[in-house]
Each structure stands twice: as C-alpha cells, then as structure tokens.
Design a binder for this molecule. Structure first.
Ligand code: ATP
Length: 383
C-alpha cells in the first residue's frame, strides 16, 4: 500500500525494486547494551527452557505397548462359610480389569419352573412386562377385583427378593493383588517390566506396596489401594465401585535403564449418584438333578472393579530435532536487532540521520553513470 501511494507508475516501480541489507555500525553504548541483553535472554530461554527443561533435543514415543497380569489372594468368612478368591474374584484369569466381590453375595436358589406373579391387568401394563423375570405364557386368571388377577410367567423361581440386606466381607480389605506389568516402547525397541531384576520369591511373599516406603513391591493390599485413592473401605464395599490402578512409565532413555521405573497412582473412577449407587452384576452357577430338573444359583455380586491403566512416554536423543532447535535458537538471536532498530529509528536522538544512513535509494541509471565516470577517471590516470 505504501508503495502505491505515489500512483500506478510508482507502484510498479516499487514492485520491481530490490531491497538488500546494509550494515550500519552504530557506536552507542545504550543500543549495544540492549542488543546484548536481548540476545542473552533469547539464548538463556533456548538453553534453559527449550533444551534443558523441555529436552527439545529428544524425540518422544507415547505409543506404549503393555501387558498386565494380575492375581488376587486372600480369604474371608460369610455366613459361617469360608470364601476365597475362587468365590469372590472374577473372571478367574484376570488381566487388566477384574472384580472383587465385597458384599456377602445375595444368593437365590432357583428352579426352572412355572410361577404365578401378580400383575395388574389394567393399563398402564406394558412397562411392567419389560421388568418380568420370565416369559408370560398367556394364561391369566381374571377377576373383577384386580388384586386377585394373576398371569402365569415361565421363568426361574422363586423370583429375586431385592429387600434382603447383607454386610460387607471385611476380610477383603486385607486381600492382596499381585500386578505383573510388562511394557515396550516400539520406536526405541525398549522393553521392561515392573518386577525388578533382582526381586526374590521371599520378597514377593512378604512385601506390600507403599507410595513412599516400598515403591518396587508389586503386591498391593486392597485396603491400601482404597486409602491411596482416598476411599473408605466400608462405604465402597457396601455399594461397589470402580477403582483405577494407574501405572505410569515416563522414561528418559538417554539415562541408564535402571532409571526407567513405573510410578503408581490410584483413583476412584465412578461418581456417586442417587439412582445407581456403586457397581453390581449378576451371574449364575448351574446344576442338574438326577431326575433332569435344572437348578441354578443366582448371585448378585456387589463388587469393586479394579481397572489397571498403563500409560507412558519415552524420550531419546535424536539429531533432527536437535538441529531444528539449534537453527531456531540462532535465528531468534537476530530478534535483538529488530528491537534495537525500532529504538534506533524512532526513539534515539538523531533518528532521522540514522534513517537516512540506513535506507538508501539507488537508481540503476545513476549507478551506471557513476560506474562510467569512475572508469573514465581510472583510464585518464592510467594514460
Ligand atoms: N496376590 C498375591 N499376594 C501375595 N503374593 C502373591 C500374590 N500373587 C502371587 N504371589 C506370589 O508371587 C510369586 C509369583 O507368583 P506367580 O503367580 O508367578 O507364581 P505361582 O507359583 O504360580 O504362585 P502361587 O502358586 O503362589 O499362586 C509367588 O511366590 C506367589 O506366591
């Protein structure tokens, strides 16, 4: 826009002009000092923050590959019956998610049978059908009084009684969880596990993880996990819940392998609400009597679900980001000149003279004339 203020001719002339840099040495202590301070600040930023703190000379791999194997041990008493991990832990081959039943199971012994349920025979009828514990046969006993009307349902009998209350199995608090986690950073071909290379059977049998005192023990007490996640065992055991055991692998692979270790953190993932408190699920164990009658034991398990979540990032020196950041640092050092130019051309005494010295316009014909003049002077000297 500035080029074109002088009309179309000036606009075209400006477009086809070439700007070249010209070095003007300004002997000013103030400017010199400002220039050096700005350069120093930029260098300090790149060395201190970009290279040392952010480690911009490294490449990062966050695509961690991981396998988790868990094993729970412990036993408790419910209704004078000993219950161990095969009764309380599911699924039996546990990996990164497993459930630990905490409440005495609500057990219903069921027969595959025909049972009669009371059903109101006037609208609204349909919503109830969805909640039926079986299939309606279509046989109904109608009465003028709806309280005496029955419809037949084929299903497992007797129907579940949800009013039965049980108390938590307190021994679960002392159950132990063994977590075996192996990881790999494919970009660097680096693999490691959470079991230290010098770990012994005796250590495994006796140790218990602690966030400060025992960070290399892979055995976690349920009560400790809940405490680290700031949860009270009794209240989570009563309604069930979901707890995450997070394993973080943040590794600087420029250092020795022994410095690449997991860090554990614990958090409850489900949020409490009034309609659906905690976590529960149903499953059944099936039997068949000699006469062919099918039985099942229906169990409504109120459980703590443990999710083992593995995350991580590894970094290692690489030439390409190092070169890119060195070039960025050197280019940025030139920013000091820009600041000094602004001060020089606008705020210093004699700014107009500096402008005149810095920006000089040279016409092509004028240059040619000057060259010819110089050549003829030289010729005359030679003659
Ligand atoms: N939940 C746990 N609590 C305490 N120790 C455990 C637990 N799970 C495993 N261990 C111990 O850790 C070690 C390695 O377990 P691993 O399952 O690999 O071997 P194992 O001989 O099959 O274990 P076990 O037969 O005792 O279940 C064993 O000494 C085992 O007793």
């Amino acid at each position: 826009i500035q080029w074109c203020t002088g009309g179309a001719h000036a606009c075209i002339a400006s477009f086809f002009s070439y700007e070249t840099t010209k070095s003007v040495v300004v002997k000013s202590w103030t400017l010199g000092l400002i220039n050096r301070i700005v350069q120093l600040l930029i260098l300090a930023y790149f060395i201190g923050w970009v290279f040392l703190h952010e480690k911009a000379y490294q490449v990062q791999d966050t695509a961690i590959e991981s396998s988790v194997v868990t094993k729970v041990k412990g036993s408790g008493v419910y209704n004078k019956t000993i219950m161990d991990i095969t009764d309380l832990v599911s699924p039996p081959q546990v990996s990164d998610t497993f459930h630990l039943d905490t409440l005495g199971p609500l057990i219903h012994f069921h027969l595959h049978f025909l049972c009669q349920l009371f059903l109101p025979l006037f609208p609204p009828f349909n919503p109830l059908v969805c909640l039926l514990p079986g299939i309606m046969t279509g046989r109904c006993v109608n009465s003028s009084n709806s309280v005496d009307s029955f419809c037949e349902v084929k299903g497992w009998c007797p129907t579940e009684n949800d009013t039965v209350t049980t108390s938590p199995i307190m021994e679960v608090e002392n159950f132990t969880i063994f977590i075996k986690n192996n990881i790999r950073f494919p970009m660097f071909g680096f693999a490691k596990g959470n079991l230290q290379p010098d770990i012994t059977q005796d250590f495994l049998k006796t140790c218990s993880f602690h966030t400060q005192d025992n960070i290399y023990c892979p055995i976690f007490k349920v009560g400790d996990v809940l405490r680290f996640a700031q949860q009270d065992f009794y209240s989570i055991a009563k309604h069930g819940g979901v707890v995450a055991i997070k394993i973080g692998w943040v590794c600087d692979l420029d250092k020795s392998e022994e410095f690449c270790n997991p860090s554990y953190s614990f958090v409850r993932l489900d949020k409490k609400n009034n309609v659906s408190k905690g976590y529960n699920f149903r499953y059944a164990k099936y039997y068949k009597a000699e006469n062919g009658t099918k039985y099942r034991t229906l169990i409504k398990a109120i459980a703590i679900r443990f999710d083992v979540i593995v995350y991580g990032a590894a970094r290692k020196f690489n030439v390409i980001p190092t070169l890119i950041n060195i070039v960025a640092a050197l280019t940025s050092v030139g920013l000091g000149t820009v600041l000094c130019d602004i001060i020089l051309l606008n705020f210093l005494k004699g700014a107009q003279q500096y402008k005149a010295k810095k920006f000089e316009e040279v016409e092509e014909e004028e240059l040619e004339k000057q060259t010819m003049k110089l050549t003829s002077t030289l010729d005359s000297i030679v003659d």
